[in-house]
Design a protein around this ligand. Structure first.
Ligand SMILES: [Cu+2]
Length: 144
């Protein structure tokens, strides 16, 4: 009987630790990424100057191996991407999924005239989204 009691106590302890601990790559609830200085519906000319904001989490280059990787990531710009990529896989790398591996927080991109959507998605040292993922509102801009 004593054994059983000990087991239950130990289990309770493990559960309480699990529920309060912050796991690696888990941004706090208030964390967010967003565009600075450009809003949904903006009319702009190409090249488009973009600034990427982040709050509640940090920026670190791709491939970071220190503890910093648990509390920071790097930006990805999704251009004309209809649906967010698989959150359990590395973010694709192509002309519509642009990685900012050096930890850049600004970009100048060429876009053809017309409507385009832009969205930010943060990724970890292996280019995978955090859990839960940090992504911005998707904005639509018109390039003149
Ligand atoms: Cu990346």
């Amino acid at each position: 009987m004593k054994m059983v009691k000990f087991y239950i106590l130990a289990l309770t302890l493990v559960l309480s630790v699990a529920s309060t601990a912050s796991w690696p790559h888990t941004p706090p609830q208030h964390a967010k990424v967003y565009f600075i200085g450009i809003e949904d519906g903006a009319v702009v000319s190409s090249p488009v100057h973009l600034k990427f904001g982040i709050e509640g989490f940090g920026i670190t280059p791709a491939g970071t191996t220190t503890k910093r990787r648990h509390t920071a990531g790097h930006h990805h710009l999704l251009v004309d991407v209809q649906e967010l990529p698989d959150m359990d896989e590395p973010i694709p790398e192509d002309s519509r999924h642009i990685h900012f591996d050096q930890g850049e927080t600004a970009a100048i991109i060429e876009l053809p005239p017309g409507k385009h959507t832009l969205q930010l998605l943060l990724g970890d040292e292996d280019h995978e989204p955090q859990d839960p993922p940090l992504f911005s509102e998707k904005i639509t801009i018109t390039v003149e």
